[in-house]
Design a protein around this ligand. Structure first.
Ligand SMILES: Cc1cc2nc3c(=O)[nH]c(=O)nc-3n(C[C@H](O)[C@H](O)[C@H](O)COP(=O)(O)OP(=O)(O)OC[C@H]3O[C@@H](n4cnc5c(N)ncnc54)[C@H](O)[C@@H]3O)c2cc1C
Length: 387
């Protein structure tokens, strides 16, 4: 079940070649300059990476979720910024529209997103609503055939680039009979008056990915921009995040693999006391631990992907997604710490990629549901009434 098919392995090679030629040589410079390489994103589009799971009628190849995870893993093996750009573009940009959109919405937005000529963001997080995503304060009111949106979102990936075509945002659209907020999702085209993607964040890592705070002030979009049914926003983002968790675990897997490969190579070359450091158990055992993390994360990521591709029950997939996300992302943080240690002082210098991987890894334990949230979801899936 966890063995990748021959087809997946061949596909892995083609993405690996692309990443080695088009991304790896430039990743350090993009990181240093905080540069979002639109031209490379569009090349990834021409390779078909954004359309891997999209139907052919929108320009996709109608492939499986496993293929997408393979692509994300391979891109992240050289650059997490580009890995997360792909992950968010598909998982958070394309998927909500593909899954919940009307035929007209799909025809309007998907062809460009699938081609990778445009990007879409997914605005859920707000200044006062992150883990507690249902506490959204952004409001949308129907007025004269239009939604009028007021509020703010923060930390939104792919939301303010020069090729961002739209963001889907969650907003309170009323109150349910039980007094809880009615949450709906609305598509907001880039350039709509009242919608502003503010200056990009200055982040610890993922410097070459596009992340912005968003503000909405008397922002009017047609009533037809409602995504799916009114009041279904909560269920929509929960489903969106389940897939996203496996995909972000694939980013983490790429990071662990890179740490392993960099460490094996360096430990074979670097000598202290007259012999390569890899001959010393203190170093070699740490690298052995990296191999265990890489293999375990691989099994968990591709088990979750296989469950999705096989149409497993939502409960089984949801639990496997959280398990993969939790293990792979926490292991990625540990792996970057170990790799940095193996590199000694050079591990602290930007001339080696290991430094960039160290900075990039931390957010993996936070985005798309923190480690604490994953533990909460896993505990609940075991029947524990954890709050
Ligand atoms: C670079 C980047 C990109 C992002 N991209 C997107 C995006 O595209 N779209 C989007 O909507 N969001 C995005 N996010 C937001 C991200 O998903 C949130 O930051 C994350 O869900 C955590 O929310 P928070 O930051 O509000 O932390 P909080 O919810 O305030 O959590 C703070 C701490 O409290 C802990 N905590 C909270 N509740 C509990 C609990 N019940 N039990 C135990 N511990 C708890 C958390 O685990 C965390 O350690 C991005 C964030 C970053 C940094």
């Amino acid at each position: 079940m966890f063995e990748l098919s021959e087809e997946h392995r061949e596909f892995r090679h083609s993405v690996r070649d692309f990443a080695a030629a088009e991304i790896a040589p430039h990743a350090a410079e993009w990181d240093r300059k905080h540069y979002f390489p639109v031209e490379v994103v569009q090349k990834m589009g021409r390779l078909g990476l954004f359309g891997l799971t999209a139907p052919e009628e929108y320009g996709g190849s109608g492939g499986d979720f496993t293929s997408l995870c393979v692509a994300i893993e391979e891109i992240s093996r050289v650059d997490q910024s580009m890995g997360i750009t792909l992950e968010a573009a598909v998982g958070l940009g394309i998927n909500p529209i593909l899954t919940f959109g009307t035929d007209e919405q799909k025809a309007t937005w998907l062809p460009d997103l699938v081609a990778g000529t445009k990007l879409a963001g997914f605005g859920l997080t707000e200044p006062e609503s992150g883990s507690d995503a249902a506490a959204t304060r952004t409001r949308a009111v129907l007025d004269g055939g239009e939604w009028v949106i007021d509020g703010a979102k923060q930390f939104i990936t792919n939301s303010g680039s020069s090729i961002t075509s739209c963001v889907t945002v969650t907003a309170r659209t009323g109150e349910k009979p039980d007094g809880k907020a009615e949450i709906s999702t609305i598509i907001v085209p880039a350039g709509t008056p009242g919608f502003v993607a503010e200056a990009a964040y200055d982040k610890l890592g993922w410097h070459a990915s596009d992340t912005h705070p968003l503000s909405f002030e008397n922002c009017r979009v047609p009533a037809a921009n409602l995504l799916g049914e009114r009041g279904k926003g909560f269920a929509q983002f929960l489903a969106t995040l389940d897939d996203g968790r496996v995909a972000i675990a694939a980013v983490a897997l790429g990071c662990i693999r890179a740490c392993l490969e960099m460490s094996v190579q360096y430990a074979g070359e670097r000598k202290t006391f007259g012999i390569p450091i890899g001959r010393k158990q203190g170093v070699a055992f740490q690298i052995a631990d990296l191999k265990v993390m890489a293999d375990a994360a691989e099994m968990l990521v591709y088990r979750a992907a296989a469950l999705k591709d096989a149409g497993a029950s939502r409960a089984d997939f949801k639990q496997a997604a959280s398990v993969a996300k939790l293990y792979a992302t926490e292991s990625a943080v540990t792996a970057t710490r170990i790799a940095t240690q193996v590199f000694g002082g050079y591990g602290f210098m930007e001339e080696y990629p290991v430094t960039r991987f160290y900075r990039d890894a931390k957010i993996l334990e936070i985005g798309e549901g923190t480690s604490e949230v994953q533990r909460m979801l896993i505990a609940r899936s075991l029947g524990l009434p954890v709050e």
